[in-house]
Design a protein around this ligand. Structure first.
Ligand code: SF4
Length: 390
């Protein structure tokens, strides 16, 4: 469980958190920004952010996830994926306030990996992750009971993607599993299969399937999908016993949108284009692409690509636009015709950042993300196992 420190805000049952307001208690997201946000039209926002950051000096360290808006990235002390950012924060013990411009599970991971005197802050508590929300602690505990009833729990090793709540990471640690990122999922699965006969992969079915089939050479028939909304996960005991990969029915709402048609369409529009996608995309999309890789891999590959080459990227749009700007000598386009930002990542905007920095500079701790000690202990076990992967 995670606790948050905010002013007097009452949760509401709204599932849609309009304009960064209100809350959804069933979500990994917390509650809304309780203070008075500066108006987005305030012409002094950039100046205000600079001034507040300067007032805080080395006490504040701002982390910017690759999928954040330009207006926020401009103030980040470091950019990266969620795991890199959490480690960067831990390597800055003098920074008392870690402002995480990303989503809720990332701030939790940063809290787990940083020291006790560092306080992690999420500028908008409504910035959650729909994928992380697809696996709750109760659902996963129920799934483990289903596996136990089928007689397979003791030969199953849980492997959880970094993009999961602290509760799910703790479940993974409790049951001797590991966390993985999209960069080390192959090594995580190899480790898990050396330890057990089956893997329960949480919460992104696509990363699990793409890694098992694409990297480990399994067949699609080796994989089954556990649906937490159906009794017994919608699977028979025989299916559970025959499967090697038990994939949680979760997905990323951004990467899950790319389709086979979008790949075909871009190949028709741009002859010779290189299609490069993230492994959170559907298996059919990954199979039709030329290359697949994590966000860091995508950035690296574009940096090394020859001038004049053409690339269609299947990942979040803020990043694609920044890469296109950074490499004017290459043609870089978004894989889909439809504009698709990560809406929860986009909740962190300049007004929220200004409000956060000014509050901290005025001595007011806001939007702290704090993982309780027991959850932290077990989640850390799973994260440390990832660091120890061969
Ligand atoms: S891009 Fe996908 S996985 Fe990442 S925060 Fe958004 S919904 Fe979650």
């Amino acid at each position: 469980m995670t606790t948050t420190e905010t002013l007097d805000v009452q949760p509401t049952p709204l599932a849609l958190l309009l304009l960064g307001r209100e809350s959804d208690p069933r979500s990994e997201r917390g509650v809304d920004c309780p203070g008075d946000l500066p108006a987005p039209s305030d012409p002094n926002l950039v100046e205000r952010a600079r001034a507040a950051k300067a007032r805080l000096g080395s006490k504040v360290f701002i982390l910017g996830h690759h999928y954040q808006r330009d207006e926020v990235i401009e103030f980040a002390d470091v950019t990266g994926d969620s795991f890199k950012l959490a480690r960067d924060a831990a390597a800055r013990p003098e920074a008392e306030f870690i402002v995480f411009c990303g989503v809720h599970f990332m701030a939790e991971s940063a809290d787990i990996l940083t020291s006790e005197r560092q306080q992690v802050i999420l500028p908008d508590l409504a910035a959650g992750c729909s994928m992380a929300d697809m696996a709750s602690a109760e659902q996963v505990a129920e799934c483990w009971d289903v596996l136990a009833d089928a007689g397979v729990a003791e030969v199953t090793v849980p492997v959880s993607y970094m993009n999961s709540s602290a509760d799910i990471k703790a479940f993974t640690g409790r049951h001797g599993g590991t966390i993985c990122t999209s960069s080390n999922a192959e090594r995580a699965l190899e480790w898990a299969f050396a330890k057990g006969e089956k893997v329960l992969f949480l919460p992104d079915q696509h990363l699990g399937r793409n890694t098992a089939v694409g990297d480990l050479g399994m067949s699609l028939e080796d994989c089954v999908v556990y649906n937490p909304h159906k009794p017994g996960g919608g699977l028979t005991v025989e299916q559970l016993r025959a499967a090697k990969m038990i994939l949680w029915r979760g997905h990323c709402s951004v990467h899950g949108r790319f389709s086979l048609e979008s790949v075909q369409d871009v190949r028709d529009r741009i002859p010779g284009v290189n299609v490069l996608v993230h492994p959170e995309c559907k298996h059919e999309v990954v199979s039709a692409a030329d290359y697949v890789g994590s966000t860091e891999h995508i950035i690296q590959r574009l940096a090394e690509a020859p001038a004049g080459s053409a690339w269609a990227l299947g990942t979040e749009l803020n990043l694609v636009r920044r890469l296109a700007k950074a490499h004017p000598d290459k043609q870089i386009v978004f894989l889909d015709k439809t504009v698709c930002f990560c809406s929860t990542m986009n909740r962190i905007d300049l007004p929220h950042l200004v409000w956060t920095l000014e509050s901290l500079a005025d001595g007011k701790l806001v939007n702290r993300i704090q993982v309780d000690a027991e959850t932290e202990h077990f989640a850390k076990l799973a994260l440390e196992q990832m660091l120890a992967l061969p």
